[in-house]
Design a protein. Structure first.
Length: 125
């Protein structure tokens, strides 16, 4: 698969995760269970796919400190997204705070993904 195809497929999965997230939110509580499962499964696929892809792209190249920082930021954002997503679904933690964390880390994940792929792209050329 070409680098562009890898970038686009990650982007598509991320857009689907974000889209199903806002769609799920728009129905309010209690969560629509079908949409909740779709959101969870797409998010899981996104995280696994992105992790495998970035790991493979990092193999055998000299990584700058900036790439390493962005990869760590991406990993942390995904972990916090999953943690806050689980807390939201359990409904036991402070709702507004956790929802804000989930929304903010959605955008930090998006930003870290774009910057990581951009750095990997210019590193290859
Ligand atoms: C790639 C990972 C994920 C992304 C990008 C993502 C993104 C989003 C977004 C953008 C929203 C809408 C937030 C808003 O309305 O301000 C949302 C809502 C939600 N997400 Fe996720 N999410 C991810 C993973 C997960 C996981 C793993 C879970 C559960 C285990 C989860 C559970 C939820 C729940 C329950 C809501 C509804 C919140 C509410 O409206 O009260 N998310 N997600």
């Amino acid at each position: 698969m070409s680098f562009v195809a890898k970038m686009s497929s990650t982007g598509l999965l991320l857009v689907l995760s974000i889209g199903t997230g806002f769609w799920l939110s728009s129905y309010g509580k209690p969560f629509n269970s079908a949409l909740f499962n779709i959101h969870k499964l797409i998010a899981l696929a996104t995280a696994i796919y992105t992790a495998i892809l970035v790991r493979n792209l990092l193999k055998g190249i000299d990584t700058s400190a900036l790439i390493q920082i962005m990869v760590i930021a991406l990993g942390l954002s995904l972990i916090i997204l999953f943690g806050s997503g689980i807390l939201l679904s359990l409904g036991k933690a402070p709702y507004n705070l956790i929802k804000t964390v989930h929304t903010i880390t959605t955008f930090s994940t998006l930003l870290a993904t774009v910057i990581t792929f951009y750095l990997l792209l210019i590193n290859r050329s």
